[in-house]
Design a binder for this molecule. Sequence first.
Ligand SMILES: NC(=O)c1ccc[n+]([C@@H]2O[C@H](COP(=O)([O-])OP(=O)(O)OC[C@H]3O[C@@H](n4cnc5c(N)ncnc54)[C@H](O)[C@@H]3O)[C@@H](O)[C@H]2O)c1
Length: 415
Amino acid sequence: MAQTDEDDPLSWARDYTPILAAYQAEYGETTPLDGYTIAFASHLETKSGVAIETLHEAGADVLFAPSEPQSTHGPVVDALDAREGITAFAWEGMTDDEFDNAQHELLEEEPDFILDDGCELIAKVHAEHPDVAANVIGGGEQTTAGITRLEAMEAEDVLQFPVYGVNDTPMKHFFDNVHGTGESSLTNIAITSNSIIAGKDIVVCGYGYCGRGIANKARELGGKTIVTEVDPRKALQAHMNGHRVMDMDEAAEAGDLFISATGNRDVIRAEHFERMDDGVILANSGHFDVELDLDGLEELAEKTTTPKEGVTRYHMPDGRRLNLLAEGRLVNLTGPYSQGHPAEVMDTTFAMMFVAAYDMLVDDPELEPGLYNIPDRLDREVASMKLETLGLSTEKMIESQRAYGEEWEHPDSSF
Ligand SMILES: NC(=O)c1ccc[n+]([C@@H]2O[C@H](COP(=O)([O-])OP(=O)(O)OC[C@H]3O[C@@H](n4cnc5c(N)ncnc54)[C@H](O)[C@@H]3O)[C@@H](O)[C@H]2O)c1
């Protein structure tokens, strides 16, 4: 019997991921990934579920594990694991140790290709399963934190296979990081805290792609935004975009809501917590839960309570209460109501991951081990497809325009 909306947890997300649907329709016939086993690590929820089923429809056996222990949606895992050719190394409510062990168990199955999030599988296969790494054909990495680790691996010359830095493409940066993280972080902060963005002094730490999305959208909602940055050009950009720019000491005293999105650690720490007002809200949107110094916060507090699901309240000896959302983990993915990025945005990110695997496995560019930018033509192809699914058309250059771009003398101009 065909599945209904009620018993198919991917049904809703599928409607909002038209590029993946198009790949399923096209490659479901030809199964170009037949014979390959692909390891897939991601936050396990409905959109990544559609990505996993797309790889499977295209012929691959898929082994999947979470990239964060707390962001797994059990019904999605169970529905995928029930299909032949898809194996879960995940369940909802995993401990950190179980998360770690499951990734090792997955790698022992000797995947041919690794699509990663945070470089968890790629780092582990190199560090602890070198025999498996030696036979991996290639990989793709979808997030900034993972690229940072891959750059460190590349600098040490330890990478055993080529990896496409899917994160570092315009299609990922400009849509997933800016709009996806921007919207979903603010939505989840508002829902978890049941408080308003408008009128609040909102401190955004980091003005990279994610921080820019969060800060600009917070201001559009009526927030009075403050940006902290270590990079002077980013700080200047934030200033010219109308945000107040200050260092963390000053921002700690000014903010009502703090959101970190740097990919760095100890961005907000004890000396800053000590300056904050009673009732402030603290959230992290960066990949790892080290952006806020939680050990420092714990040491300062005399006790913690849970005034609301998803909120840990730290009681300071002087009576101030600091409210931490989602235990300092990714607020848009691990809070009690979190569903991650909007599906339309993940459609493009997972399409880029799909083409990364397709390009290396099927088109075989014969790359040496190392970290590579994904070819620009693939990025453009995904952009064109997204526009097509949205029913939008672009201008086509006429011949005289193409020629104009190629000449330097410009004989027709009047000056
Ligand atoms: N929440 C999500 O769903 C989601 C989605 C995509 C990326 N991410 C994660 O968000 C983080 C940021 O990603 P990005 O793409 O914006 O990276 P990015 O490199 O574009 O931006 C990070 C910015 O933080 C700044 N920074 C570094 N240390 C700082 C500090 N101590 N104080 C203030 N600023 C500091 C850097 O100068 C940089 O401008 C990464 O960990 C990434 O993996 C999260």
